[in-house]
Ligand binder design. Structure first.
Ligand code: GLU
Length: 293
């Protein structure tokens, strides 16, 4: 393990799949403030691995909207930096090395289960506890274990492509972490999540793996993101451990909801930064909105 960097390094990691809305803006503003208050560095990383949904025009709009809001960063696709490239689509080799280490260590296995079971793996699984109290979960379902081999088996493969790869969790293991926003968190492997996908048969690394590889390689000291990704943090802690990497600190922000309890992410249209800006709102007025919403 490498020694932690002395300076605070935070990141903004949007997926360019649509316009930024007020909910994103609040989380990114927190990330910006935490880096600024710590006299640290903020990184913009374009999480464009989901080739079916990522769009270059959305990435450009995101950058512009963030700047308009008053957020600035010191490293990113538009400004460069020593830990680049800052677009995930240009970082395949790093993910591939991590896949190889996990494979050689017997931590992952090939899985030939159906496409439906794998649908959610490339994008970050944003949980949504909706107004009706039910959890509408974008998360991948808990895996049945159909393709799970005997413990310690090392899959013989030179290439990840052609089959899906899952990380084997220890059923019943408790994963605890301190969150500077949400407090003490605890999840149980095999109950809160199962063996999760780290690589897809179409040769795309899954969100969980790409995020860990990049946050570690970019020497991120604190991850600031929405509370809907807490369960992903538990999974990612297992990946840090399996890869011998030092995990960052965690700060999960509460999600913005409307009066009916619906998460604002579901209402990107009316509350996109673009729409608010077109209505004539200024950045301070937009920032004041998340106190009210
Ligand atoms: N690209 C992911 C998203 O927008 C990032 C999640 C994270 O911050 O780790 O949902």
């Amino acid at each position: 393990m490498t020694a932690p960097p002395k300076e605070y390094r935070g990141r903004l990691a949007p997926s360019p799949t649509g316009l930024l809305h007020l909910g994103h803006a609040r989380t990114f503003w927190s990330a910006y403030e935490r880096a600024r208050d710590a006299d640290g560095v903020l990184i913009l990383r374009d999480e464009d691995l989901d080739t079916q949904r990522a769009r270059a025009d959305c990435a450009a709009a995101m950058t512009e909207d963030l700047r308009w809001l008053g957020i600035s960063w010191q490293e990113g696709p538009d400004v460069g930096g020593v830990f680049g490239p800052y677009r995930q689509s240009e970082r395949y080799g790093l993910y591939r090395d991590a896949w190889e280490r996990l494979r050689a260590g017997g931590r992952i296995y090939p899985c030939s289960c159906s496409r439906r079971e794998l649908a959610a793996s490339v994008s970050a699984p944003h949980e949504d506890e909706g107004a009706r109290g039910g959890v509408q979960d974008d998360d991948e379902p808990i895996y049945t274990g159909r393709c799970r081999p005997a413990a310690g088996a090392v899959a013989k493969a030179r290439e990840p492509a052609g089959v899906n790869w899952r990380f084997r969790v220890s059923d019943g293991e408790q994963i605890r972490f301190k969150d500077s926003g949400a407090g003490d968190e605890s999840y149980v492997a095999g109950r809160d999540f199962g063996d999760f996908v780290v690589w897809r048969r179409d040769d795309v690394p899954a969100y969980q793996l790409a995020c860990v590889v990049d946050d570690a390689a970019m020497r991120i000291t604190e991850v600031v993101r929405g509370a809907d990704l807490l369960k992903s943090t538990a999974r990612q802690i297992l990946l840090y451990r399996a890869l011998g990497l030092m995990p960052p600190g965690w700060h999960h922000c509460p999600l913005l909801r409307d009066r009916t309890g619906q998460r604002l992410a579901k209402r990107t249209d009316a509350l996109s930064l673009r729409a608010l800006r077109e209505r004539g709102l200024t950045p301070p007025e937009v920032r004041a909105m998340w106190q009210r919403e």
